[in-house]
Design a protein around this ligand. Structure first.
Ligand SMILES: NC(=O)c1ccc[n+]([C@@H]2O[C@H](COP(=O)([O-])OP(=O)(O)OC[C@H]3O[C@@H](n4cnc5c(N)ncnc54)[C@H](OP(=O)(O)O)[C@@H]3O)[C@@H](O)[C@H]2O)c1
Length: 289
């Protein structure tokens, strides 16, 4: 039996790991107050106490827009903290599993990004996450980095996902506008948790793109969420969605448009296709009911 320490214990992915089918491993979930990525002394104490063979770092500063203001804090959580963790884990032969983002790419490619494609972060969030993942990969050849995108799932208290945002707007009677030029792959956290645990069993190391199949624009994603929410009886009818371009929102922060990642490398390793997010969306909406 191995001991696995999981950071970011109150988050979406951590919840999916918590509810995954049990294995022989012993899981220790630590939330922000107990394992703060900006507090090296506290992290070291818990690493010594739990003495895990594996650390899964799900903690992150994910408020993309706010990273532009909270420049130091977001960097400490997304870059410096993971680097510290990766080095301490490497020194003690612990494997670190870390998560990164499709935002490391600039969107110029227009065909699915592979692990070998060069990154080019456009904003502070992306730069911090890129610095973090690269530090993890440098620290040890045993470490594993999974880049993912548009993560969604049901959570007992958290309602931050795009699915929640769309349904909240409908309930509050606000008009819906969604972008046709921002394209990526929604990923069901339950699936991401399952792949992660499977990779631990193998074991695997290095960089992988861990996303479901089927790329969509934000506009298409919004329409599908609405159709499925009607089917699930969560809303009586799907309101119209106005298609707009990303430039409509007039943000000073640059965002990549096209960040679809190819999951071929991971699918080959796992020996199966990774499947669409559609079943996951139905499961989430059923739980929301
Ligand atoms: N969600 C997405 O769409 C998405 C897309 C691409 C990549 N990812 C990556 O996937 C991974 C899992 O994300 P997720 O969706 O599970 O995110 P999440 O639900 O936001 O969970 C992240 C957790 O990290 C915690 N945290 C924040 N600051 C911390 C700190 N200083 N020390 C320790 N914990 C801290 C948060 O706690 P509080 O809530 O108390 O702040 C939260 O519980 C992350 O690496 C994320 O960057 C996510």
């Amino acid at each position: 039996m191995r001991r696995i320490l999981i950071t970011g214990g109150d988050g979406l992915l951590a919840h999916a790991l918590r509810t995954a089918p049990p294995t022989d491993d012993e899981l220790f979930f630590l939330s922000r107050q107990d394992f703060d990525l900006t507090n090296p002394g506290q992290m070291q104490r818990h690493l010594d106490r739990v003495d895990p063979q594996i650390v899964i770092n799900t903690a992150a500063y994910n408020l993309v827009d706010r990273c532009e203001q909270e420049r130091e804090l977001s960097w400490a959580i997304n870059a410096t903290g993971p680097e510290f963790l990766a080095c301490r884990c490497a020194e003690n032969s612990r494997q670190l599993i870390h998560f990164s983002t499709d935002y490391v790419f600039d969107g110029a490619k227009k065909s699915p990004y592979r692990e070998t494609d060069p990154a080019h972060p456009l904003n502070r969030y992306a730069a911090g996450k890129y610095a973090g993942e690269q530090a993890v990969l440098r620290a040890s050849p045993q470490h594993l980095v999974l880049r993912t995108s548009w993560v969604f799932d049901w959570h007992p208290t958290q309602t931050k996902t795009f699915v929640h945002t769309v349904l909240r707007a409908v309930r509050e009677g606000r008009p819906l506008r969604s972008t046709t030029d921002q394209v990526s792959v929604p990923t069901f956290a339950t699936d991401l948790a399952r792949w992660t645990l499977e990779l631990i069993r193998r074991p695997a190391a290095g960089l992988f793109h861990a996303v479901n199949d089927e790329a969509v624009s934000r506009f298409e994603w919004t329409k599908i969420i609405l159709e499925e929410a009607v089917g699930a009886g969560l809303i009586p009818a799907a309101p119209p969605v106005e298609p707009v371009l990303g430039s409509f929102f007039n943000s000073a922060m640059r965002r990549p448009d096209y960040t679809v990642m190819s999951n071929e490398k991971l699918a080959r390793l796992l020996g199966c296709t990774l499947g669409s997010w559609r079943n996951g969306l139905r499961k989430m909406l059923a739980q929301m009911k």
